[in-house]
Structures are given as C-alpha cells and as structure tokens.
Design a protein around this ligand. Structure first.
Ligand SMILES: Cc1cc2nc3c(=O)[nH]c(=O)nc-3n(C[C@H](O)[C@H](O)[C@H](O)COP(=O)(O)OP(=O)(O)OC[C@H]3O[C@@H](n4cnc5c(N)ncnc54)[C@H](O)[C@@H]3O)c2cc1C
Length: 246
C-alpha cells in the first residue's frame, strides 16, 4: 500500500495526425478531390494550414486526429474532475472487479502535505492504513464475494486512492482541455497531468499543439478578476516544454 506518483504514456495516436487534419482543412477550401488532396502537402504546408484553421476557429477539421494516453498514479479526486470532460473516452480500473485487500490500495499524497514535513506525511500514511483496515473489515463483513463485497466496501476509500485509466481525446478536445487545465487556476493534480499530456502531444504533433495551453499564452487571461497574474511564468514553462520539439 505505497504512495504512488503520476505515470503517463502516450499509448497511441492517429498516424500522420497533422497531414490528415491539414487534408481535412484543404478539402474545405480547395477544389481538390480525394485522389489529389494530399498532393504537395509537405510537413511545412500542413503546419501552415493547421495554424490557419486553429486561428480561424475552424476546429471541426482537427477532430479527425485522436490521442490515447495511459494514466496511473492519479487520485480518484482527479478522476472526478477529468471525467467532466464529456468529449473524452475513458476506461477506468474498476473498484468492483479489482479488490484492494491483497495488495492494499495505493494513494497520492498532495505536495502541500509533503511540504509540511515527515510527521505530516506519516500521519497521512497512518490515516490511509486506517482506511485500508476499514475496507478489509467491510469486505469480510460482506462475505468476501468478489465484486458484490468490493462494490460496497469501497465506500470507505478516500479521494486519495489511486486510479488508472486509458483516456482518448481528439485534438479539438485536447486544445480545450489544455486551455482549462494547464491554467494556474486549475487544481494542482489535474494541472500537472495536463502539462504532461501537452508535452507528450507536442512531441508528436507540434503544429497542432504548439500554441496550446491556457489563454494567457495567446492573449488576455480569460479568468478576469481571478487571474493568477503569472502569465510570464506560464509562458516560460510553455517554452521549456516546447524546446527541441518543433
Ligand atoms: C478551474 C476550474 C474550476 C472548476 N470548478 C468547478 C466547480 O466548482 N463545480 C463544478 O461542477 N465544476 C467545476 N469545474 C468543471 C467545469 O464546470 C467543467 O465541467 C469542466 O471544466 C469541463 O469543461 P467543458 O464542459 O467546457 O468541457 P467538455 O465537457 O470537455 O466539453 C467541451 C466543449 O463541448 C461543448 N459541449 C460539451 N457538452 C455540451 C453540452 N451538453 N451542451 C452544449 N455544449 C456542450 C462545450 O462547448 C464545451 O466547452 C471546474 C473547472 C475548472 C477548470
């Protein structure tokens, strides 16, 4: 029953994502047919097309590219937030089919609790241990009948409990997700995940994602009076991520 940290992998993505989305954009605005739509569409030309359509907000064209991530070492608290993104597809490790009694549940300790020092971390870990005992007691009381017992014993598990998922978003949804969740106003755990995902997709599709992130990267902060006022730091963080990826 250890503390775990975020582990994220880009498992799969649409091959030639940039060329495909550029083809979709070109088809809308040129007399080309399907047989010649890819003609002359070099990497640079595709990137220029994508830049234009993203600026224009003609974002249905980039829905043709999808990206799938394997995510573990994140909390059920994060799960509650990320599943609010309705255009995404999720497969999440089940707390009905998977029991935590043999191995114990893993958990995430917030950095703010680590910052309080060793005693605070020990206290947090002891609390997790107490919840493990509660969980085991309920599974036993409910007859240890696999999913039938797991599904109700889990009610005593904490928001810190680790979950694992496979998540797929198309490029349009990713741009939206990065705008909301890379923002300093987003909660730390989903923000950390969002920046990590952004770095992964920038690596494989820089033309699609090179300007993605919170609104302050591209102009005025959309948070109004609640702005963090850290646009310069956010821009620096973004440029660090993009270094060497174009
Ligand atoms: C900083 C922050 C704080 C938050 N605090 C809270 C909170 O206190 N309480 C709370 O409940 N939530 C909170 N949320 C979650 C937020 O309300 C949204 O549910 C979440 O960010 C998903 O955003 P979305 O609906 O735009 O995105 P998605 O579900 O990913 O949808 C993408 C876009 O598709 C369109 N769309 C999707 N579904 C529909 C639909 N049914 N009808 C019309 N258009 C649709 C919209 O244009 C939408 O923006 C918070 C989010 C952030 C970033």
């Amino acid at each position: 029953m250890p503390e775990v940290i975020q582990n994220i992998k880009l498992l799969s993505y649409t091959p030639n994502a940039e060329k495909l989305t550029a083809m979709a954009a070109k088809l809308c605005y040129s007399p080309s047919g399907i047989d010649d739509i890819a003609d002359g569409l070099t990497k640079d030309k595709a990137a220029a097309f994508i830049g234009k359509i993203v600026d224009l907000g003609h974002l249905s064209t980039i829905e043709h590219a999808s990206f799938s991530f394997g995510i573990e070492g994140v909390s059920r608290t994060l799960l509650a937030q990320i599943t609010r993104h309705r255009i995404a597809s999720f497969s999440v490790q089940s707390q009905r089919y998977v029991s935590y009694s043999d191995t114990g549940f893993s958990y995430i300790i917030p950095p703010s609790i680590h910052a309080l020092g060793d005693d605070a971390v020990k206290k947090f870990e002891a609390q997790m241990q107490t919840m493990q005992v509660w969980y085991d007691e309920w599974r036993q009381a409910l007859g240890e009948q696999g999913e039938k017992s797991n599904q109700d014993a889990r009610f005593v598990l904490p928001g810190a409990c680790e979950t694992k998922m496979i998540l797929t978003m198309n490029a349009r949804e990713l741009l939206h997700f990065f705008e909301l969740r890379c923002c300093e106003r987003a909660q730390w755990e989903i923000r950390k995940l969002a920046w990590h995902m952004l770095a992964l997709v920038c690596d494989v599709a820089p033309a699609l994602f090179g300007t993605a992130g919170p609104s302050c990267l591209r102009g005025k902060c959309s948070e109004g009076a609640k702005t963090c006022g850290k646009a310069a730091e956010v821009k620096l963080k973004h440029s660090e991520i993009l270094k060497g990826k174009k």
